[in-house]
Design a binder for this molecule. Structure first.
Ligand SMILES: Cc1cc2nc3c(=O)[nH]c(=O)nc-3n(C[C@H](O)[C@H](O)[C@H](O)COP(=O)(O)O)c2cc1C
Length: 185
């Protein structure tokens, strides 16, 4: 059975990030041939084009991990109706130098959790604009805009509500089919 290694890119550095918890909970819904690896973005410097030809270790690590991945899942909060700067910074790093965009061609999925009712819907409008330019085929449906409240996760870090879990399982099933469609084996 072919193995798929999926890079999980979380757009929050917050210790108790709901989005990181969501990413980890959703990864548990994947079939056994899919493994998820959370990429580290908290130690990346602010992107500076002057450093393109002499990237630091953290940048090299990010690019190596993305290049090795068979797919991407972005799980991000919405900051002021867009994606957080930390996520844009990571995306910019791995898109450069010009002509060496390692995101290109990787099938991507998007999820987001917010404490507010919009549930990251605006951030998830902006993210595909960026990903389309970077030649990243991004799953459009089902959209997953989640509002987190107390008890959203159970003690084991899984999705507590049966209906929400079933919805996220359907999201994962569609994502798995998407990866297989874009990169058939
Ligand atoms: C700078 C900032 C801007 C925010 N803007 C939004 C927003 O536009 N929409 C929204 O639903 N929540 C917004 N929030 C609230 C986030 O949904 C909330 O902080 C959430 O917990 C962030 O995700 P995390 O738990 O993964 O860090 C904002 C939070 C911060 C810190």
């Amino acid at each position: 059975m072919s193995q798929y290694s999926i890079a999980l890119v979380v757009g929050s550095l917050r210790r108790g990030s709901f989005n990181r918890q969501l990413g980890r909970a959703v990864a548990k819904l994947a079939p056994p041939e899919f493994s998820f690896h959370e990429v580290r973005v908290d130690d990346l410097p602010l992107y500076n084009q002057d450093d393109d030809l002499a990237p630091g270790e953290a940048v090299k690590r990010l690019k190596t991990e993305i290049a090795a991945a068979n797919g991407l899942v972005f799980v991000t909060p919405e900051y002021n109706r867009s994606i957080p700067g930390v996520l844009k910074n990571a995306i910019d790093h791995a898109s450069r130098p010009y002509g060496q965009n390692v995101w290109a061609g990787k099938p991507a999925g998007m999820l987001g959790a917010s404490v507010g009712a919009p549930g990251t819907s605006m951030a998830q409008q902006h993210l595909p604009n960026i990903l389309t330019y970077l030649d990243v085929p991004t799953l459009g449906q089902p959209e997953a805009f989640l509002q987190v409240n107390e008890g959203f996760f159970d003690a084991a870090g899984s999705i507590a509500n049966a209906g929400t879990k079933a919805f996220l399982q359907s999201w994962m099933d569609r994502y798995v089919a998407w990866v297989n469609k874009i990169t058939p084996r």
